[in-house]
Design a protein around this ligand. Structure first.
Ligand code: PLP
Length: 391
């Protein structure tokens, strides 16, 4: 089918919730994509940090193929080894307690919000509050949306859930002031991705940890975008001065398939009891197998070291370009601040025309989230294209 025919069909049949770029990708391998007309691209977005193990990593593909021929779904009424092994791997690699598997990032946060509310009620708090940061993005379902200050001001979807209080993302004192006897949790992304790759200062993280400890509240990190090696450690909190009590993850966890998880520390592992939460598809054999294979690819010290090195050289190359003001981020989660007057959306479009996939989360910011397996030659080629468009 031709691209314009596909666009016509989309306009007729799909709800117009996305402004899609005029390209149909049909194949991917590592950090490369090919469109329906045969053109090749270097992918510096990885499906918004989903394909961190690379497109169609052979180990992930082999594991999924084998599992698809054996068993795809039985429901959570029964045991399957993949789900239990995945929960074990998540907990052993992070907070040590227990995990709830789900299908997406927003669902992982829904689980976290329910868990901290139940935990707060058990502490005698009648109307628990979750403190969140301005600039956050926690998802599109109603509780996650209510926890996202930039979206929960949109009257179209009101009324939102009560019980969220937003503070500036760079003000430790404001955060300390907001946490009190009614606080169930502080929920934050250690690096805010959707609003332009904003690293939360260490002082704010320390303020969050200390005030949660003082109030008996839970510190929850949304590592849906920062997790699974994106920043050069398996979890971003490992490079921060604090350890959360609860962690949500998704995106790269499934190696390209939809998997999410809410992981709790030992103390919080049994807050949710039978019947409190659930999901039909969650942790099914196929996606659990894919996630375990993705862990094998990503959770290796050599790969994580390379993420830090490649991130540093990509940033150094970008910072030399005339129309780049500077870069932000950690590892291979990079925000590129463009100079005054350089529009990010049209720059991303020009880069796409030149064979480079990036996105524009803010007016003057490009976001790069390449597959973690990107090769040196691909980084060089990407910098050449950036040079043509931004120098
Ligand atoms: N939290 C963060 C930090 C995210 O970046 C996203 C998605 O971009 C979400 C939550 C929501 O994840 P999902 O789109 O899988 O529901």
């Amino acid at each position: 089918m031709k691209l314009d025919e596909l666009q016509d069909l989309e306009r007729r049949w799909a709800m117009p919730t996305y402004r899609r770029a005029p390209v149909e990708f049909v194949r991917g391998e590592g950090a490369r994509l090919w469109d329906s007309e045969g053109s090749e691209y270097i992918d510096l977005l990885a499906g918004i940090s989903v394909c961190s193990a690379g497109h169609c990593h052979p180990d992930v593909v082999a594991a999924v193929r084998e599992q698809a021929g054996a068993l795809m779904h039985v429901s959570n009424l029964y045991l399957t080894e993949g789900a239990v092994r995945l929960a074990e791997r998540l907990c052993r690699s992070s907070l040590g307690g227990r995990a709830f598997l789900c299908n997406s990032g927003t669902e992982a946060n829904e689980c976290a919000i329910k868990l901290v509310r139940k935990h707060a009620h058990a502490r005698g708090i009648a109307e628990p509050e979750v403190v969140v940061l301005h600039g956050a993005f926690h998802g599109r379902t109603m509780a996650s949306l209510s926890a996202t200050p930039g979206l929960s001001s949109n009257p179209s979807f009101a009324p939102y859930l009560p019980g969220f209080r937003a503070v500036p993302r760079d003000d430790p004192d404001a955060l300390r002031e907001a946490v009190g006897p009614a606080t169930a949790a502080v929920l934050l992304e250690p690096i805010q991705g959707e609003t332009g790759v904003n690293v939360i200062p260490d002082e704010v993280l320390v303020a969050a940890r200390e005030s949660c400890d003082a109030a008996g509240a839970v510190l929850a990190f949304d590592e849906i975008q920062t997790g699974m090696g994106r920043t050069g450690s398996l979890w971003a909190y490992e490079q921060s001065p604090v350890r959360p009590d609860l962690l949500t993850t998704a995106k790269a966890l499934g190696g390209g398939l939809p998997v999410g998880a809410c992981v709790a520390s030992e103390e919080l592992g049994d807050v949710l009891a039978p019947g409190d939460h659930g999901s039909t598809f969650a942790g099914g054999p196929l996606v659990a197998t894919a996630a375990l294979a993705a862990f094998e690819v990503i959770d290796r010290p050599e790969l994580l070291r390379r993420v830090r090195e490649v991130g540093a050289s990509l940033r150094a190359g970008l910072e030399r370009l005339a129309r780049v003001e500077g870069t932000r981020g950690r590892g291979l989660m990079i925000g590129v601040a463009l100079r005054e007057g350089v529009d990010a959306a049209s720059t991303a479009r020009r880069l796409l025309d030149e064979g480079l996939v990036v996105n524009a989360p803010a007016e003057h910011t490009l976001r790069l989230l390449p597959p973690l397996v990107i090769e040196d030659a691909e980084v060089e080629r990407a910098l050449e294209i950036f040079g043509r468009v931004l120098d």
